[in-house]
Every structure is written in structure tokens, then in C-alpha cells.
Design a protein around this ligand. Structure first.
Ligand code: SF4
Ligand code: SF4
Length: 372
């Protein structure tokens, strides 16, 4: 795909980011792969496949596009839309076994919260390796013998990702404001687009600045909404003074538009970022617990964790949950631990069995009062 076409799809699909955008599943040969070439799996979210193809240009790789229902890998795996069934189907239907001599398949690390490597191995004989979190690290991962540095295992939220998130939010919100205001207050329809985009870009670009305020346990929505509403009102006040629009009606009207924008963005600001537990999940009060009697110290959980929460005690051959404040309750470590040494404890002190998480994912498939 040429550059212009890529940029077109990149912008269009960033705008439509919250919609499933499926790509045809199946095997794609990148370059001229041979019997020893790596086999990589990704979900069938169209933009992901485009990014993977772009990142792997010039390599010789088999790419298996499995059915993630047109959703990006992390969201699909966490929500139970991308499971071991889909990976097994992709392996079997593609006939990849006849094309390579090895039995190692590389999956994106962020799929670890929903795809059990152990089951894939039991049912197909293929060993799952968790690749880097970001596809742009994939070449470096291959170069160092399919090994991951800590940096490749950690999720990041750089400016580009924050801008993408701003575009995704601002696009649909400004469209809604535009149509409603076009009907009821036509002269405000176009300025509303500017207000929504400015606020949204500001909210996501400034994220690292206010991240330390949104600690676990604090009322994130409240802090977020009060702070940004205050900033929006201050901005409106300065703008109205500079442009001689300083009237109660002006401030009230645009104050309401700003309030609704901040209200929508703040609905679950934590869930829109990779560093915070969604507030809907935080209410369950889940905490990781390590059973030191069951742990074998194989480090699988460390390899799956996108926030580097564990360290390995090499002498005792067990992991220590060293950085609990970083945990976003993604469930990857619990799902992958082959010895059930990790589990969640909920806000009542009840242990949530690992198999329950494997079946219902960490969101409990919407069950607020599950039986376990
Ligand atoms: S907790 Fe489980 S996955 Fe982690 S090192 Fe121990 S046995 Fe391995
Ligand atoms: S420790 Fe927390 S963030 Fe890390 S894999 Fe486990 S649940 Fe996810």
C-alpha cells in the first residue's frame, strides 16, 4: 500500500477508532518467507493489520490474521472477543504447519489478557511466544533472537497515541454538537467544533502532567472534571475579555458546552489510557495475590505484564508482586500462570479463582456480583 493510501486509512480509522473495522482473516506472506521464518499472529482490526504490514516491510514473515471481530488486539482479548479458539482456527485453517519446520507462534503481548498460551499448546502443539507490546519494536525483537527487553514489554502512551485518542474522542463529540446546535443554535455549530477539539486535545496532550493526581482509590472522575472545567472556564474568561464578549450569556452557554465535553471525556478517563484501571473495574477492588507455594519462578507472568509489576527472586525461584501501584488489573498474569499461583482478591477479601478470570475475563463479562 502506498503512503497516500496508508495516511488516508490511518486518519479515517483513527476518527472511527471506537467502531469495529474488520479485515479479512487468513495468512499473509510478507516478503519471501521460508520454512524457518517467524509466524506472527495479529487480530483482524484493519488499522492494526495495516500498521503491522508497514512495520514488517522488507522482512520475511508469515502473518496470520485471526478473527478479533474487527477490534484491536488488547480490547478484543480483554473483552473476550479474541480467544484461543480464534488463534487455533487461524493456525489450522491457514495450513501453516506445512509451510514451516518449527512450531513457534508469536502473539502480540497485549493479547495475553485473554488468550491462554497453555491451551493453544495443548490443542495444537504450537508454542506461544509473547512478542513486543508495540509493533515498531518487532524488528529489534527479531534481531536479538526473539527476545524482549523490559522496554519492549511495557505499554507506553506517547504523544502520537494521545493525539490518536484525542482525534477519536473529538470526532464523534464534535459531530454530535454540530448537528444538535445546527438545529437549535446554528451560529454556534462551527465554533462548538473548535471548543470540543481544543479541550480534547488539551486533555490528552496534558495527560502526563495530571497523571500523578489520578492515583488508585481517588475519585478520578471528580478530580478530572473539576480541574478541566475550571481550566475551560478560565480559558473562556480570558477569551471573552480579549474579544470583548464578556457577557453572562456567552460564559453560561460556552460553559455548558465545555461542561458536557468534560463530562463525556471524564466518564471513564482512566479506561481511555493504558496506565490506569478503568473506574468501572476499580470498583471491584481487585488486588493480585501470589501464592508462593504454587509459584515455580518461570517468569511467564513477568513476560505478559505490560506494566512491569513483578520482579523475580532468583534464589527462592518465585516472583514478587513488587509494584502493585502500577497494576491496571488487565488479568494477563493470572490468565497465563500455568500453576494458578496468581489470583485476584476482591474488595470483600474473596479470592477470584484464575479459571473464573479465564472464562469471564477481568471485567467479569459485565457481572457485578459474580458467583465464584
Ligand atoms: S506466578 Fe505463575 S507465571 Fe509467575 S513465575 Fe510463578 S508460576 Fe510462573
Ligand atoms: S500485574 Fe496487573 S498489570 Fe501486570 S499483568 Fe497482572 S493484572 Fe496486568
Amino acid at each position: 500500500m502506498n503512503r497516500v493510501k496508508y495516511v488516508f486509512f490511518y486518519l479515517l480509522e483513527t476518527i472511527l477508532r471506537f467502531l469495529p473495522l474488520p479485515q479479512k482473516t487468513g495468512l499473509i506472506k510478507i516478503g519471501h518467507p521460508n520454512k524457518n521464518s517467524p509466524v506472527l499472529v495479529t487480530g483482524n482490526y484493519h488499522l492494526t493489520v495495516l500498521k503491522v504490514l508497514r512495520a514488517l516491510k522488507g522482512q520475511n514473515v508469515f502473518l496470520l490474521v485471526a478473527n478479533s471481530r474487527g477490534i484491536n488486539v488488547w480490547c478484543a482479548a480483554a473483552g473476550g472477543h479474541f480467544t484461543f479458539h480464534d488463534v487455533i482456527s487461524a493456525l489450522k485453517l491457514s495450513n501453516i504447519e506445512s509451510l514451516v519446520d518449527h512450531r513457534e507462534v508469536i502473539l502480540p503481548q497485549l493479547a495475553a489478557c485473554g488468550i491462554e498460551a497453555k491451551v493453544i499448546h495443548q490443542r495444537t502443539g504450537w508454542n506461544v511466544k509473547w512478542g513486543p507490546v508495540h509493533i515498531k519494536d518487532f524488528l529489534a525483537y527479531l534481531e536479538i533472537g526473539q527476545q524482549k527487553s523490559i522496554d519492549m514489554s511495557i505499554v507506553r502512551f506517547p504523544m502520537q497515541d494521545r493525539l490518536e485518542m484525542s482525534i477519536a474522542w473529538a470526532s464523534w463529540m464534535s459531530a454530535v454538537f454540530f448537528f444538535v446546535l445546527w438545529i437549535f443554535k446554528r451560529e454556534a455549530a462551527v465554533p462548538a467544533i473548535f471548543v470540543v477539539w481544543l479541550l480534547t486535545l488539551f486533555v490528552f496532550s496534558a495527560f502526563p502532567v495530571y497523571l500523578p493526581l489520578l492515583r488508585p482509590g481517588v475519585k478520578k472522575r471528580l478530580i478530572f472534571m473539576v480541574s478541566f472545567l475550571f481550566l475551560a472556564l478560565a480559558g473562556l474568561g480570558i477569551f471573552s475579555l480579549l474579544t470583548s464578549h464578556f457577557t453572562a450569556h456567552f460564559l453560561l452557554f460556552w460553559g455548558i458546552i465545555s461542561f458536557i465535553t468534560v463530562l463525556l471525556l471524564g466518564g471513564d478517563i482512566a479506561g481511555s489510557t493504558p496506565f490506569l484501571i478503568s473506574e468501572f473495574r476499580e470498583e471491584k477492588g481487585l488486588q493480585i495475590e501470589v501464592d508462593s507455594k504454587k509459584c515455580r519462578g518461570d517468569g511467564i507472568c513477568m513476560n505478559a505484564c505490560p506494566l512491569d509489576c513483578f520482579i523475580l527472586d532468583k534464589q527462592k525461584q518465585l516472583v514478587i508482586f513488587e509494584r502493585p501501584e502500577k497494576c491496571i488489573c488487565c488479568g494477563a498474569c493470572v490468565v497465563q500462570c500455568q500453576f494458578d499461583a496468581l489470583s485476584y482478591v476482591d474488595y470483600k477479601g474473596h479470592r477470584v479463582p484464575p479459571d473464573f478470570i479465564r472464562r469471564h475475563k477481568v471485567g467479569f463479562s459485565g457481572k457485578w456480583k459474580p458467583r465464584y
